[in-house]
Design a protein around this ligand. Structure first.
Ligand SMILES: Cc1cc2nc3c(=O)[nH]c(=O)nc-3n(C[C@H](O)[C@H](O)[C@H](O)COP(=O)(O)OP(=O)(O)OC[C@H]3O[C@@H](n4cnc5c(N)ncnc54)[C@H](O)[C@@H]3O)c2cc1C
Length: 373
């Protein structure tokens, strides 16, 4: 990275740290209990320019690279993982429009990405791990496409205004189309009552014969699965960053508690059984950080990063759940109490064993790649 970029990245990360310490961390427990962002909090994210971190300057963004953006989410997730995942969903969607979008689509929509949230919608009741099972249809009508279908479990569903949607064309090929909540035929459905990442809205969108111009198709007909997979890869790197932040939070709580709590006259951290747990959390945190940084660097270098991205989220999500369990055991009774955030950090991390491809799917992809080396 050039000197100027390093300084700019340092300033961004300082700003994110301050925002997290002042605005997010104090509300972390409230967000979990309330199951939503308190009024006005998301406006502060927008007003501080956080939606535009990765957006190119041509569209009014700050144009930070992916590694810098991932580190920003890592820092944010130390204070609150829900908001970091909200930004992850937005950033990964912008990446697909930048990579596959027609220039007319970029000009029409990307300038609004500084204040409007974008989301990527693939899952349906008939197709989660298996996107070929989806029922959403895109039918050609003259120069337009007509989109009809129902997407569920969409990160930022209800909060986002712009959605990239995987659909089947009449000849059963896959395509990704951009729809806007202001278009006739668009409505929101059920919001999920998920056990973790309780601030991040995850919900349903319903599309009833939405008409979009031909340039709302990303890439070409037949490229839908490629774009969906690319979105997963981009998301998995950012989720690795979020998981690193969660583990840092777990580690802080375990370390602080081990210094102030005594077993007879000995501080907990002097006990070998406690040291083992703290060391394991620290190692897992470090490994996940190295993995997400490596994935982001490969992406920046235009090298293949799908495998490392899958490893990042597969390893990181399981490590963060396990680290949470070890931190809980360091605090024992207090760890098991809702008074401390550890139990909700475990629930937050657990979501990432499922979202953006289940661990089982990713381990399948990793294994195939190893078999075919
Ligand atoms: C917090 C959260 C956020 C989400 N955000 C989004 C979003 O923004 N956009 C979106 O489109 N979706 C989103 N999802 C949905 C998510 O992508 C799906 O839940 C996920 O792909 C799994 O699909 P499924 O729930 O239908 O489970 P299924 O596909 O039915 O899987 C059930 C079980 O079978 C296993 N399984 C299925 N197929 C295979 C296989 N081929 N190999 C090995 N094991 C397999 C799975 O690992 C799992 O254990 C989100 C989910 C969560 C929890």
């Amino acid at each position: 990275m050039e000197q100027q970029n390093i300084m700019a990245a340092g300033m961004l990360h300082r700003m994110i740290r301050e925002f997290t310490d002042n605005e997010l961390a104090p509300l972390d427990m409230q967000i979990d209990a309330q199951g939503d962002y308190p009024d006005g909090l998301f406006d502060k994210v927008v007003n501080n320019g956080l939606l535009a971190i990765t957006l190119p300057k041509d569209y009014g963004g700050a144009a930070f690279d992916y590694e810098t953006a991932a580190k920003a989410l890592h820092i944010m997730a130390i204070g609150n993982a829900s908001m970091a995942v909200t930004l992850e969903g937005h950033f990964k969607t912008l990446e697909q429009i930048l990579k596959y979008g027609d220039q007319r689509l970029k000009d029409a929509y990307l300038p609004s990405a500084t204040h409007r949230i974008f989301a990527f919608s693939q899952t349906e009741s008939s197709g989660g791990s298996n996107p070929k099972g989806i029922s959403t249809r895109a039918t050609r009508q003259g120069d337009d496409w007509i989109i009809t279908g129902d997407k569920i479990m969409i990160t930022n569903g209800g909060l986002a205004q712009v959605y990239c949607v995987l659909a089947k064309t009449d000849d059963d090929q896959m395509g990704v189309f951009l729809v806007d909540q202001d278009m006739p035929g668009f409505s929101f459905g059920k919001r999920e009552d998920f056990i973790g990442l309780r601030g991040t809205p995850v919900g349903e969108i319903v599309m009833d014969h939405i008409k979009v111009p031909s340039y709302h198709l990303l890439g070409k007909v037949g490229q839908g699965l490629e774009i969906g997979n690319n979105a997963h890869d981009d998301a998995r790197i950012l989720m690795g960053a979020v998981l690193t932040g969660i583990m840092e939070h777990e580690l802080q709580i375990a370390v602080d508690y081990s210094k102030q709590r005594k077993a007879l006259d000995t501080p907990l951290y002097e006990l070998q059984s406690i040291q083992e747990k703290i060391a394991e959390i620290a190692i897992a945190r470090q490994n996940t950080e190295l993995l997400y940084q490596h994935g982001a660097q490969l992406k920046l270098a235009h090298q293949s990063y799908a495998q490392v991205a899958a490893m990042t989220k597969s390893y990181g999500s399981r490590a963060a759940v396990r680290s949470g369990d070890m931190a809980l055991q360091v605090l024992a009774g207090y760890g098991y109490s809702r008074e401390y955030p550890i139990e909700h950090l475990i629930r937050d991390a657990r979501a990432m064993e499922i979202a953006e491809g289940t661990v089982e799917r990713m381990n399948g992809e990793i294994t195939l790649k190893q078999i075919n080396r």
